[in-house]
Design a binder for this molecule. Structure first.
Ligand SMILES: O=P(O)(O)OC[C@H]1O[C@](O)(CO)[C@@H](O)[C@@H]1O
Length: 525
């Protein structure tokens, strides 16, 4: 890598203590000039979006996550007012919880249990890992982000005897996500079993008037915070979704919002060579051929950022993974994202990155400051942190020497400001990329298909149970039961559900194994 190319293509932004080095992306010197009209359109579209345009046409919605950190730019005064008041309410609520003025039945809250999934969980998980100090934070943070009963049990076992000092935060924009509803129902049962009133330990973050909101109102939960329809789940970390748990956790939420606002300012720059979000989107476009041809591997060399790849996975893949473009053409767009942390990944999959199928590009995230205090030397004069940077630089060179491109983002340290900045950087890069490939980056129609299919399997499960119960004592194979209940085309699903019912005997389904799996017999006792 030449020093001259590095000087040319490492964008250094002193006001943010951040640099974006794209010199290790092999684009010809003509590339940026060629892309100028396309990126100019993306920047103009984003300006319209920030001004309140219906940037999510399918759902007929505005896209307003940028207003969250600068309420003054919201397109109407009522929105500005709501954002400002909500932010103040969150800080006030956290203050009262910390002071013990708002407390559980057994005393001041010392834990929070965040119940939510997708955008209603990934941001809070990333931020609590990035900015928490578990030994000294005012609360310990736990999550229910699935509908796995064993997962609930693991968390509840850690909270045993402490539910009277645990605040449950139920987060769902739509208010109707089954996994979250199930988590809430399981939590309610656990609080009840402990002789406690769940409502006195519960807060809702949801759309006004949603199903969950109605539950919170009718049961008299402690507090409700809004989730607005103009904020998407995957861009909601800087709305109440992320700010409530962060503030309770003692994290400086103003710092996060300031970092995001400062990044927004810089990434509005029409001089795209000085605009890190525009440059990031242009690199993605170059590296993937504008068609997702390569995966994005995120490699933060910092424990605190180890959930960033998981967070970005939703932000990027739910935003960009689309079947159709804005003109209705089938395009199957998207960029796959994965990653964990360096140097740990060096001992897992970096072998393939260096030598295997070249279907990716890496993004190294470098954090200059090693730790809060000084470090001991572990070998000669070198500290563990010196090794960490050594592995980053070494891996980056080893990849580049073998024709593997990479981007490097460097920040000084992991602070609320930096985290806000990184979130804002990727939010806008995703938006710009959406325009470059002409897709709606703000809806998620594909997820609905899976949700509908899941609902129909529950209906089938009920039909199976009804069929078995109606013929109590009689045994069926999957095939004969399918025939009996008139669902022959669904025999495979019936087999899968019968196996699950037999493994969870509470509903009375028993199995007697046949010679081959398809001969297994099931009956209801
Ligand atoms: O906040 P909600 O409405 O419960 O949705 C959770 C997640 O589910 C999705 O709608 C996809 O299933 C995500 O976009 C969203 O972040």
């Amino acid at each position: 890598m030449s020093w001259n190319r590095f000087k040319e293509y490492c964008l250094n932004i002193p006001s943010l203590d951040l640099s974006l080095d794209v010199s290790r992306v092999d684009f010809p010197d003509t590339y940026l000039a060629e892309m100028q009209p396309k990126i100019a359109k993306a920047i103009a579209d984003m300006e319209a979006l920030e001004g309140g345009a219906i940037a999510n046409p399918d759902e007929n919605r505005m896209v307003g996550h940028y207003w969250l950190r600068n309420a003054a730019i919201a397109p109407d005064a009522a929105i500005t007012d709501e954002i400002t008041k909500t932010r103040a309410r969150i800080k006030d609520f956290a203050k009262k919880v910390h002071a013990g003025e708002i407390a559980g039945q057994d005393g001041p809250f010392k834990n929070i249990l965040c119940i939510g999934i997708g955008g209603s969980a990934l941001g809070p998980q990333f931020v609590s890992q990035a900015l928490g100090h578990p030994a000294s934070d005012p609360v310990k943070v736990y999550f229910f982000d699935n509908t796995d009963p064993d997962g609930f049990d693991i968390v509840l076992s850690q909270l045993k005897g402490q539910l009277g000092q645990t605040l449950a935060i139920v987060t769902t924009k739509s208010g109707g996500t089954p996994e979250t509803r199930n988590g809430m129902v399981e939590a309610q049962a656990a609080w009840k079993a402990a002789g406690l009133d769940f409502a006195k330990h519960a807060v809702a973050i949801t759309g006004e008037g949603s199903k969950m909101d109605k539950v919170a109102v009718s049961e008299g939960w402690i507090e409700r915070f809004p989730m607005w329809d103009w904020v998407g789940g995957r861009t909601s970390e800087l709305a109440a979704v992320g700010l409530v748990p962060a503030a309770l956790n003692g994290i400086d939420i103003d710092g996060m919002l300031d970092g995001a606002a400062a990044m927004d300012e810089v990434t509005r720059n029409k001089d795209f060579r000085q605009n890190p979000a525009a440059m990031l989107a242009l690199m993605w476009y170059r590296l993937t051929g504008g068609k997702g041809a390569r995966d994005m591997v995120i490699l933060p060399y910092k424990e605190r950022l180890s959930l960033f790849a998981k967070y970005l996975q939703q932000l990027v893949m739910e935003s960009l993974g689309k079947e159709k473009d804005l003109d209705g053409n089938v395009v199957h767009q998207g960029i796959a994202v994965y990653g964990n942390k360096g140097s740990t990944d060096q001992h897992a999959y970096v072998q393939q990155l260096r030598d295997g199928v070249p279907n990716f590009y890496a993004t190294f995230i470098e954090v200059l400051k090693s730790r809060a205090g000084d470090s001991i030397a572990v070998e000669g004069e070198h500290t563990a942190g010196d090794f960490l940077q050594g592995f980053l630089l070494g891996t980056r060179d080893a990849l580049y020497d073998n024709g593997r491109n990479s981007i490097t983002i460097t920040v000084k340290e992991v602070t609320p400001f930096t985290v806000g900045m990184l979130i804002a950087l990727y939010e806008r890069a995703v938006g710009y990329y959406g325009t470059l490939v002409n897709i709606n980056a703000y809806h998620q129609p594909g997820v609905e298909a899976g949700k509908k299919a899941a609902a129909s399997t529950l209906e089938l499960r009920q039909a199976i149970l009804d069929g078995l119960r109606a013929a109590k004592g009689e045994s069926f194979t999957a095939e004969s039961l399918a025939k009996k209940i008139g669902r022959e085309p669904q025999t495979e699903l019936i087999y899968k559900i019968l196996e699950n019912l037999a493994a969870n005997p509470a509903k009375g389904v028993q199995k007697s194994a046949g010679q081959a799996f398809c001969d297994n017999q099931y009956s209801c006792v």
